[in-house]
Design a binder for this molecule. Sequence first.
Ligand SMILES: NC(=O)c1ccc[n+]([C@@H]2O[C@H](COP(=O)([O-])OP(=O)(O)OC[C@H]3O[C@@H](n4cnc5c(N)ncnc54)[C@H](OP(=O)(O)O)[C@@H]3O)[C@@H](O)[C@H]2O)c1
Length: 333
Amino acid sequence: MKALVLQGIKEPLKLEEVSKPTLNTGEVLVKIKAAAFNRRDYWIQQGKYAGLKFPITLGSDGCGVVAEVYDDANQHWIGKEVVINPSFNWGDAPNYQGKDFKILGLPDDGTFAAYVKVPLAQVYEKPKYLNDIEAAAFPLAGLTAYRALFTKAQLKKDEKVLIVGVGGGVATFALLWAVYAGAEVYVTSGSDDKIAKAIGLGAKGGVNYKSPSYDADLQALADGFDVIIDSAIGEGFAKHLNHVKPGARLVFFGATAGDLPPLNARIIFWKQLQIMGTTMGTAQEFEDMLQFMTKHEIKPVVESVFPCEDAEQAMRLMDQSDQFGKIVITFED
Ligand SMILES: NC(=O)c1ccc[n+]([C@@H]2O[C@H](COP(=O)([O-])OP(=O)(O)OC[C@H]3O[C@@H](n4cnc5c(N)ncnc54)[C@H](OP(=O)(O)O)[C@@H]3O)[C@@H](O)[C@H]2O)c1
């Protein structure tokens, strides 16, 4: 079968012929129709991810059809259109993942291949209102945004939420989830064009974080946030403390722009702020997200779609951070 194999750090994604995975008990083989990129795939290619090993087939997100099932009792899954939850072995504590937790696409071979094998417990029937490309786009980023907003920040209807760097994959889901949850959503971006796109998706307004008048503009726009979702961090995070209301929740799950800067402790304790880290999500959160998005028929934002032969070009697009939403690759029959 064809697979996009990464042979080492900074090597290009190349389509290679590899052997089809063989199943063990509890596993299914999914014939991939579409798979989506996450920043994680980029970090692994750059050598900036824990637990690197090569060769590896990347890819955490995928949508396809169940082609084989190991256990006789589950043969009725064959032919079903499915999406894969890439959050494996969460463990027993909903508050944090256990020691066996892993994400599809390292250490195990992922979805950037004609076929991927996964435990049956990780597959869910594809929401019918989504096409293959849209269905491939949401699992990892959607789940991360869902837990950040609802489990961690406990976002409520009519609260004001700021989504930082809205062009990012997870950020666009945070925008969509928050809009459909009835929150008042604001965004930041390094691009005015992306702010306009976010407004088109239901944001009330946005401010360019590169603008010299950023602080004054943000203050004038919203006059304080209840929740901030930030996956960039870096120097800009310190400014958030001036833009939140007392009791605000600030949640982060990435550090694309760098580590946390020095923070004013007095503002944190006086405003009774909660600053929280989060990662991926539980199986229950994945199911809750599926229900939430299906109820509202929310469609992921897809920036571009490439054939699998052009996967390296797709990776370079992610490198430039010009995207608004998800980058998807397709695998033909
Ligand atoms: N812990 C987890 O479970 C988990 C899960 C998913 C992702 N992540 C991490 O979260 C981060 C985002 O992931 P992703 O896949 O959504 O990435 P992405 O699509 O590559 O997001 C990139 C976006 O980050 C924004 N950005 C970059 N520098 C910024 C800055 N200085 N200030 C504000 N925004 C900035 C940009 O938004 P604009 O273009 O709008 O300026 C850019 O488009 C990554 O670091 C990733 O590794 C963690």
